[in-house]
Write a protein that binds this ligand. Structure first.
Ligand SMILES: [Ca+2]
Ligand SMILES: [Ca+2]
Ligand SMILES: [Ca+2]
Ligand SMILES: [Ca+2]
Length: 500
């Protein structure tokens, strides 16, 4: 993806840095010779027309286009750019030009009474209804409590055993599961998290995860937990142990025996998992430490037993990113502390944040070092079930649960049902954290979706199917997407467009 051009560093205090009035932040295109196809007559999702005719004031659209620059220009002139909250806590903003000549999409709120003008914006391919949510999954396998099914061996049914005999166990494959999230602290999944290993990535060493709900809340509103109920934790509260007595001077937490902060500045926050909080009955403190390099915050401790003492807690760091609490002494975690997949470094935005910002017309919000800690959790259990079907390790229950590709690793697209748009999940799978499909080292091989848009059925000629087709056959022909067709697959039916 083109991300060339101006980078503006906007100062912290400017609360109105993104006023939407400042045209010269963006390149406007030479109107006479478009540098991109302009198909005209875009595909428009029916429910949008119905919504507009019903008299609502605002609608939320996702536009697929050849030119984000033209769309951006139109949004500026029609007051249809989402506004961002100003920088705080030492954040900086980075601004990039919107792209042109490449297929991309953008989601935004706009006044319904100018909707009729949108289809004629140069480059527009499709206009989707961003308030049309994917069809829900079903997590209740049986509705008859007295019904006792015969056990089946899923590996045999699906032919996994045959594949294993030929030496295919998922080795080297990264499967991105778009769902409720994945609990990687589950003993059967701990260690199956995919990582970005290549040092060319700005997020090298950390797990490969994406959470567009938390990302949206942070980039647009500047909020993380506890200001918002997302899985980004605000860890910008500072503490010190200036008298070196092993007790933090302000909060009183015990840190005896854990490696010291090399800068002398400890970061504190609260764990964003509501399931964990309800299990232990209170807020759960987290501590972020720069114990290897001064000012580089890569170690996180969770006070799992909420005793105000971090001494006995497991260190979370790249390569070992999970934690949990063993309540019955069998060395297996019974309460999950989730997985950390990044701590802000003061230099880079959140993983995929730059691409997401350019796409949706935001400035990239860069958190100060140690101020933001990103967790991958599960808001229900369905995503963890799906991940288990792929790569469960057979640790608990006498090894009963072994995934069909036990040597594959999992990249979770988490809390998918709470916000964000499927198109962002599709793109992230095809291009990875850096937004580029030709750099394979930071992206998944397979996308797994157990949901879709059942209401869209135009024999593959709808905007969703065509975008998916382009993504998997043109943009990245090594990415394969697997969709549960009967469970609300895109374009419900017994057949599917070739790209899916
Ligand atoms: Ca002290
Ligand atoms: Ca503790
Ligand atoms: Ca246990
Ligand atoms: Ca990439």
């Amino acid at each position: 993806m083109l991300t060339s051009s101006i980078v503006l560093l906007v100062n912290n205090e400017d609360n109105d840095a993104f006023s939407g009035k400042n045209d010269n932040l963006y390149t406007t295109l030479d109107a006479t010779i478009p540098s991109f196809p302009s198909p005209g007559n875009p595909w428009i999702e029916d429910s949008l027309n119905i919504r507009v005719e019903s008299g609502v004031e605002k609608i939320r659209v996702t536009v697929i286009t050849w030119s984000l620059a033209e769309l951006n220009y139109w949004q500026l002139n029609n007051n249809a750019l989402d506004k961002q909250a100003g920088a705080k806590n030492g954040e900086i903003f980075e601004v990039y030009d919107p792209t042109s000549g490449e297929i991309d999409h953008r989601t935004f709120w706009m006044a319904a009474d100018i909707f009729h003008k949108l289809p004629s914006v140069p480059g527009v391919i499709s206009i989707l209804d961003a308030q049309n949510n994917p069809q829900p999954y079903d997590t209740i396998p049986f509705d008859r409590p007295d019904f006792n099914p015969e056990s089946v061996r899923s590996g045999e049914i699906h032919g996994a055993n045959d594949a294993w005999e030929r030496g295919y166990t998922g080795e080297g494959m990264i499967v991105a599961v778009a769902d409720t999230g994945v609990d990687f602290a589950h003993p059967d999944l701990n260690g199956t998290q995919a990582r970005v290993e290549d040092s060319r990535s700005d997020w090298s060493g950390w797990p490969m995860m994406f959470d567009h709900n938390s990302m949206y809340s942070y980039l647009v509103n500047g909020n993380a937990y506890p200001q918002s109920s997302t899985w980004y934790a605000d860890t910008s509260n500072l503490d010190y142990d200036n008298d070196s007595d092993g007790v933090l001077d302000l909060s009183g937490y015990n840190i005896t025996g854990i490696p010291n902060s090399l800068s002398g500045i400890y970061h504190l926050g609260e764990h964003p998992d509501s399931t964990l909080r309800s299990k232990v009955g209170s807020d759960v403190p987290i501590l972020v430490v720069d114990e290897d390099v001064s000012g580089v915050y890569e170690t996180v401790y969770v006070d799992m037993d909420v005793d105000g003492n971090f001494t006995e807690e497991k260190a979370i760091k790249p390569g070992s990113e999970t934690t949990g609490l063993d309540t019955n002494g069998d060395s297996l975690w019974d309460i999950s502390g989730g997985l950390v997949y990044w701590v802000s470094d003061g230099i880079n935005g959140v993983p995929y944040g730059q691409t997401y910002s350019i796409r949706h017309g935001y400035q990239n919000r860069i958190a100060g070092a140690g101020n933001l800690t990103l967790f991958m959790l599960d808001s229900g259990n369905h995503g963890t079930l799906c991940a288990s079907a792929i790569s469960a390790q057979g640790v608990i229950d006498d090894g009963r649960v072994i995934g069909m590709a036990p040597n594959a690793t999992i990249a979770s697209i988490g809390n998918h049902y709470s916000g964000g748009h499927s198109l962002d999940a599709w793109r992230w799978i095809a291009e990875g954290n850096d937004g580029k499909s030709d750099t394979k080292y930071d992206q998944a091989n397979i996308g797994s979706f157990s949901f879709g848009y059942s209401s869209i059925d135009e024999s593959g000629a709808d905007g969703y199917s065509l975008y998916l087709d382009w993504l998997t056959r043109v943009y990245n022909d090594n990415a394969s997407y697997s969709v549960a067709i009967g469970n609300g697959g895109h374009g419900f039916g017994t057949t599917k467009v070739p790209g899916a």
